[in-house]
Each structure stands twice: as C-alpha cells, then as structure tokens.
Write a protein that binds this ligand. Structure first.
Ligand code: ZN
Ligand code: ZN
Length: 376
C-alpha cells in the first residue's frame, strides 16, 4: 500500500503519502514520521508558564524590554494581551492559523489569559487552548524612585532685582518648567522631570532632573520677562548608579521694574509707564505720550524711582479739555479741578480717565483696554 516506499523511523509503519519538501529543504526527522507518531507529541502552541509585567505603582509606567514605558490611561489588560501575544509561539508547520485571546481578571494583580488557537497541520484541523496567567507586579520605576529620592541635576533660582517676583512671574516660571517637561515627556523622554519647587520668600527655586532642562527654563523665563541668567556649577554628586552628576544653579535675575510700573527716570521729562523690561526698558511718557527707551548702558534697569503701578491709578472725572497740551480733571483725593499735562493717548471724548497721584504730581494714564495700542 505504500506509495512512498518509506517507513516511519519511529514505529516502522509504512508512510502512505508525504508532501515532498521543497528542493534544498533538509528532511528533518520529524518530517519523516507517520501522522500518528507526528501528532503524538505535537504542540500547536508554545506558551510560557506565566508572564510577569512590572508596573510602577506611582506613575503607572510598564517595564518593557529593558526600559520603562508610559502607557497613559490604558488598561493593564491591554498590556497583558500584548505581552502574551508576543510570548506565544505557533508551530511552524501550521497553516491558516487563527487565534483569539480572552482575558479573565482573577484579582487586582492577576489576569488569566485564555488563548484559543486553530490551524491546519498535515491537512488536519487542530484546535488548542492554553491558559497563561499574567501577574502584575507593582514597584517603582527609575524616574519615580529618583523623584522620591529628591534627585536633581539643575536648579533655577527665580529672583528679582530690588523686589520679590510678582505672582504672575512666579506662576509663569513654574508653568514654563512644567510645560517644558511635558514636551519632553510627550517625546518619550522619561528622564525629564521637576523634582521639587521650593517657594522661598525671595522667589521660587525650581529643581529639575537635568542641567539642560534647567538652562532652558532659565532662558525661557528671561525671554518672557527680561532680566539675566548666571550659571554656577555647584557640586558633583553621584546618582543611584554611581555616575557623577554635575549640578548647576541657574540664577535668574528679573528686572527691577515690570510692565505696569510707573517710574521716574529723573531726567526732567516726567514719569514713564513701563511697557516692557526685555532688553532695554521701554515705556511711555505720561506727560506727552511719547515713547521712552532706556539708554543701552542702563539696559533693563535704568536709575529710576518707582512712583507706583497702574493698579494704583483711579478713574478720575474729566472736567474740560483746555487745549492740545492741557486738560482739567478732578483731583481724586481733593476733588478740586486741576490742570494736568495732556498726553497724546488721552481720548478727548472720554468722561473719565485713569490718573495716578504720586510725589511728582497728578498724571493721566492710558486707558487699560488700549494698553497695547496707545502709540500714535
Ligand atoms: Zn510512526
Ligand atoms: Zn513611575
């Protein structure tokens, strides 16, 4: 009955038919077996006894390969399915393989994976189910361990010249640090983090995981608010792997004056409302409405006296417009009519106008809603 004239090397039965291997393919011993012997110890699926998935109990990251990966809001079941799928092997002789994985949550840390496989082997349809338990083991990832340990390599000290930073400057500085870290995280950089923000009476000190982050944060703060940065290497320490870490302090000095301050440069041309402290201090003269810019050598901090801020101004009634250079308003304290200089930002149709009374006298300010467009 043998059409091949060959016999099974294990049981000696004649082998009825056999697909000839492609030319050049070695005839392995398994291939020579009769179907009965071949299927006797055939496994369609090769599965591990169990799979462990390490997750960080702090941030939810998953350890994959040799690194930690943020999985966002995804369920660990998805991760378990991925890990099991990657670990399962289907016999190379199987054709038309189809499979399905059905997760069963056993408890918080165990997912039992029911994996159904089917395929054709030697023309025979086979089905096989394997069950692989996936154990979620909760630990601490490197980043969370470092944050918990207070690790940092760069710090940004946000301070201001002759004053404390404003609430806006403090909030923005911290926001800049968090935004930058978020950008790095979005790019998959897990080594970028804010370790700590220490709110000192002189201003916040922001500790960051790397020197370059701290350097970028300091630059962005001064780009937004003006001022200067000095960097001071502080000390060399070791990280948990024994690598030397060179710590650098970036000392940010915000300018003495901020937009909205009213200052007197004491140059005889009257007070100035500060518009910008980036580069050279810029503003507008309250007597004329003309632009003011500090001399290059004075930079962001000209020798000037602060008279108040635009928040100190009060809405004052306009009595009459005298001429191109003078307008009469009510003194906000005494309610007497007073003649003051008429700047070109003054709107002759306005019934009230913000005015600031200071040691240099009473001055009109540009209306708040036109702050950015008062130059004509
Ligand atoms: Zn046999
Ligand atoms: Zn973590």
């Amino acid at each position: 009955m043998s059409d091949t004239g060959e016999f099974c090397p294990r049981c000696g039965d004649p082998v009825l038919h056999r697909e000839e291997p492609l030319p050049g393919t070695p005839r392995d011993r398994e291939r020579l077996l009769c179907d009965a012997c071949y299927f006797e110890d055939f496994d369609l699926v090769d599965a591990p006894e169990r799979i462990e998935v390490d997750v960080c109990s702090q941030c939810g990251a998953v350890h994959q390969g040799n690194r930690w990966v943020d999985i966002g809001a995804r369920d660990y079941t998805d991760v378990a399915i991925e890990e099991v799928s990657a670990a399962l092997g289907v016999h190379l002789d199987a054709e038309d393989v189809s499979w399905a994985v059905d997760p069963e949550q056993v408890d918080q840390n165990t997912i039992r994976m029911h994996c159904q496989f089917s395929g054709l082997v030697r023309g025979t349809y086979l089905e096989e189910e394997v069950v692989v338990p996936v154990l979620i083991s909760r630990g601490t990832c490197r980043r969370c361990g470092r944050i918990a340990g207070g690790y940092y390599a760069g710090e940004v000290q946000v301070r201001a010249t002759g004053r404390t930073p404003t609430a806006e400057e403090i909030d923005r500085a911290e926001e800049i640090a968090r935004e930058l870290v978020a950008d790095h995280e979005a790019d998959g950089d897990r080594d970028a983090f804010v370790t700590d923000i220490d709110e000192t009476p002189e201003g916040p000190t922001i500790k960051l995981s790397t020197n370059s982050l701290a350097s970028t944060v300091a630059d962005r703060i001064t780009r937004e608010f003006g001022g200067t940065v000095e960097d001071h290497p502080t000390l060399v320490t070791e990280d948990e792997d024994g690598n030397e870490v060179y710590r650098v302090t970036f000392a940010v000095r915000l300018p003495k004056f901020v937009p909205g301050d009213v200052i007197d440069p004491e140059d005889g041309d009257g007070p100035v409302l500060v518009r910008s402290a980036k580069g050279n201090l810029k503003g507008v003269r309250l007597t004329s409405g003309e632009p003011y810019e500090a001399a290059y050598e004075d930079g962001a901090t000209p020798d000037a006296r602060k008279l108040g801020t635009r928040e100190d101004a009060v809405e004052t009634t306009v009595v009459t417009v005298e001429d191109d250079h003078a307008v009469q308003v009510l003194d906000p304290e005494t309610y007497e009519a007073k003649t003051v200089a008429r700047p070109d930002f003054f709107d002759p149709d306005a019934e009230t106008v913000p005015a600031l009374k200071s040691r240099t006298g009473l001055h009109l300010l540009p209306p708040v809603n036109r702050t950015k467009n008062t130059r004509r």
